[in-house]
Design a protein around this ligand. Structure first.
Ligand code: ZN
Length: 93
Protein backbone atom coordinates (compact mmCIF):
# COMPACT_ATOMS: atom_id res chain seq x y z
CA UNK A 1 0.00 0.00 0.00
CA UNK A 2 1.36 3.35 -0.97
CA UNK A 3 1.61 6.05 1.65
CA UNK A 4 2.57 8.63 -0.92
CA UNK A 5 -0.17 11.11 -1.66
CA UNK A 6 0.22 12.10 -5.25
CA UNK A 7 -2.65 14.54 -5.55
CA UNK A 8 -3.79 16.51 -2.51
CA UNK A 9 -6.50 18.13 -4.61
CA UNK A 10 -8.28 14.78 -4.63
CA UNK A 11 -8.13 14.71 -0.82
CA UNK A 12 -9.61 18.19 -0.71
CA UNK A 13 -12.31 17.08 -3.14
CA UNK A 14 -13.05 13.93 -1.11
CA UNK A 15 -13.28 15.97 2.09
CA UNK A 16 -15.61 18.51 0.52
CA UNK A 17 -17.93 15.82 -0.83
CA UNK A 18 -17.94 13.48 2.17
CA UNK A 19 -18.19 16.22 4.80
CA UNK A 20 -21.75 17.03 3.74
CA UNK A 21 -24.14 16.02 6.50
CA UNK A 22 -26.77 14.55 4.18
CA UNK A 23 -24.26 12.24 2.53
CA UNK A 24 -22.81 11.12 5.85
CA UNK A 25 -26.27 10.54 7.30
CA UNK A 26 -27.38 8.55 4.28
CA UNK A 27 -24.24 6.54 3.68
CA UNK A 28 -23.13 5.62 7.18
CA UNK A 29 -26.07 3.31 8.03
CA UNK A 30 -25.31 1.34 4.84
CA UNK A 31 -21.73 0.62 5.88
CA UNK A 32 -20.44 -2.17 8.08
CA UNK A 33 -18.80 -1.37 11.41
CA UNK A 34 -15.26 -1.68 10.09
CA UNK A 35 -16.09 0.37 7.02
CA UNK A 36 -17.62 3.24 8.96
CA UNK A 37 -14.68 3.26 11.38
CA UNK A 38 -12.32 3.50 8.41
CA UNK A 39 -14.34 6.33 6.87
CA UNK A 40 -14.56 8.16 10.20
CA UNK A 41 -10.83 7.76 10.74
CA UNK A 42 -10.10 9.18 7.33
CA UNK A 43 -12.44 12.11 7.91
CA UNK A 44 -10.76 12.83 11.27
CA UNK A 45 -7.36 12.69 9.60
CA UNK A 46 -8.61 15.16 7.01
CA UNK A 47 -9.81 17.60 9.68
CA UNK A 48 -13.52 16.72 9.69
CA UNK A 49 -14.10 15.33 13.21
CA UNK A 50 -17.73 16.51 13.35
CA UNK A 51 -18.56 14.66 10.16
CA UNK A 52 -16.77 11.59 11.48
CA UNK A 53 -18.92 11.73 14.60
CA UNK A 54 -22.04 12.14 12.44
CA UNK A 55 -21.08 9.03 10.47
CA UNK A 56 -20.64 6.96 13.62
CA UNK A 57 -23.85 8.30 15.17
CA UNK A 58 -25.93 7.68 12.04
CA UNK A 59 -24.35 4.27 11.50
CA UNK A 60 -25.11 3.30 15.10
CA UNK A 61 -28.84 3.71 14.49
CA UNK A 62 -28.69 0.63 12.27
CA UNK A 63 -26.50 -1.51 14.48
CA UNK A 64 -28.09 -4.37 16.33
CA UNK A 65 -27.29 -6.11 19.59
CA UNK A 66 -23.74 -7.45 19.36
CA UNK A 67 -22.60 -4.88 16.79
CA UNK A 68 -19.77 -2.54 17.74
CA UNK A 69 -21.82 0.66 17.78
CA UNK A 70 -25.08 -0.70 19.18
CA UNK A 71 -26.60 1.92 21.46
CA UNK A 72 -29.34 -0.18 23.01
CA UNK A 73 -32.98 0.62 22.75
CA UNK A 74 -33.50 4.33 22.54
CA UNK A 75 -36.74 5.25 24.17
CA UNK A 76 -38.35 8.61 23.74
CA UNK A 77 -37.99 10.78 26.80
CA UNK A 78 -41.12 10.39 28.85
CA UNK A 79 -42.47 13.35 30.77
CA UNK A 80 -43.05 12.25 34.33
CA UNK A 81 -46.67 12.31 35.33
CA UNK A 82 -47.49 14.32 38.39
CA UNK A 83 -49.85 12.14 40.45
CA UNK A 84 -51.20 15.23 42.19
CA UNK A 85 -52.70 16.44 38.90
CA UNK A 86 -54.74 13.25 38.62
CA UNK A 87 -56.24 13.98 42.05
CA UNK A 88 -57.33 17.44 40.83
CA UNK A 89 -56.68 18.80 44.26
CA UNK A 90 -55.80 22.52 44.28
CA UNK A 91 -54.46 22.47 47.81
CA UNK A 92 -52.00 19.72 46.95
CA UNK A 93 -50.29 21.67 44.19
ZN1 ZN B 1 -21.35 -0.56 13.83
Amino acid sequence: MSTLITDSNELTHFTAVFSKHDLAAGLAPQLGCLEVEALAGLLRALGEPATADTCIREHATGDELGDAHYQGDTLEYLVPIDPQEDLQCDSCQ
